[in-house]
Design a protein around this ligand. Structure first.
Ligand SMILES: [Zn+2]
Length: 65
């Protein structure tokens, strides 16, 4: 893995996950670099999570365990 020599344009950490509906790559924020994003098609009332939308208009939830 190469280390960038220039400052990244955005300090917010992020990663991509696959949309559970169509498997498109969707960029999601990661609050902690140690967080492991887990995709869910259903909302659950626990843990840190964010709502993601893929480019095809699907909505899903990403949890950080
Ligand atoms: Zn999708």
């Amino acid at each position: 893995m190469e280390r960038a020599t220039t400052a990244p344009p955005d300090r917010t950490a992020g990663t991509t996950v696959a949309c559970p509906h169509c498997e498109r790559a969707v960029a999601v924020p990661v609050p902690d670099e140690d967080a492991d994003p887990t995709v869910s098609t259903r909302v659950a009332a626990f843990g840190d999570h964010t709502v993601a939308h893929c480019s095809a208009g699907h909505r899903f939830w990403v949890y950080y365990c």
